[in-house]
Ligand binder design. Sequence first.
Ligand SMILES: *Cc1c(COP(=O)(O)O)cnc(C)c1O
Length: 371
Amino acid sequence: MKIPFVDLSREASSISDELINITSKVINSGQYVFGPHLDLFEEQFAHYCNVKFAIGVGNGSDALVLIMKSLGIGPGDEVICPANSFIASAWSIVAVGAKPVFCDVENDFLISLENLNQLVTKSTKAIMAVHLTGKLCDMNKLTKFCEVNELFLIEDSAQAIGAEDSNNKKAGSFGVAGAFSLHPLKNLAVYGDGGVVTTNSPELSDKIMKLRNHGLVNRDKCLVWGLNTRLDELQAAYALVKMKYIENWTKRYISIAKKYSKNISNKVIKPKTRFGYRDVFHNYIIIVPEEIRDELMSKLLALGVDTKIHYPIPLHLQPCSSSLGYKEGDLPKAERLSKSMISLPIYPLLEEKEINYVVDVLNELIDQFIK
Ligand SMILES: *Cc1c(COP(=O)(O)O)cnc(C)c1O
């Protein structure tokens, strides 16, 4: 059996009639940037996340940039983000001219509150909470921490659409604003790039609506220097189609994760869920002894199971971060995790027999490697 780490065509072909219909509808409408599909998608997305405003933008990275720009974060400011994340979390901070300050992470891959305490300076303006793997950070503690220290709390929710805490409060509704990605690899995905900003603040929403469209207030007048980063009508239409399925697909991610957790050997560390929380398992990551990780992955691949690492190089050790002055050993937990984690295939249209095969092959290898 061959199990790809992702197979985007499965999901697409399961709804291809709807996608083709809506494509011709948009093409025949003559309206391609700003239009009824974007309006309706924004309304539905806001409703889904239980926030007042959702603003469709070009991608998740720009969503983060727009949030920070609208908060006035720029040169001279520092923003703290976790060292284990996708590069865009840090890039967006650099893109507004601010300085990323990297925080260590805990075994759940989320920002370490313990380390956070040591990183706040006079220049710190915001904390970027990344809900990595579709698991919410401890938003109660982070909210209090940000209140006490007078910092903005920004949610990088790119991997966490639909994640909830024990009060059914959703990712993107805790902080001053949330950034989502609609990239093909994310849980709610379009057929190209796309992103969304969520917020309950009318002022921020207003600013971001202008900033995503050059800073224009109308056709002719430009209030501030902005970006060109919009969710176009075609992608908004695809996102609308997918909104119908997001709950079912999310449940499927969760049920696959449950199967993995129930059946994968206890000799490796598996994700833990907190009582009442809904983690949406954008990734399902196990932790194995460092010295066997790479060989385990290549043996899995040889047996048809493709796995990945999220992420193999912590942000503070990326070559592009070199001018920030970090060195190996600075953020030991993130560094250790980067050498011991493995992401298993997880997507809604993964079949039962494939899930079982992943479990069987993995358990067999684990028994060989770990006595
Ligand atoms: C994907 C992702 C982003 C960036 O989203 P794009 O739409 O690819 O720009 C940002 N942060 C995290 C954690 C992501 O996974």
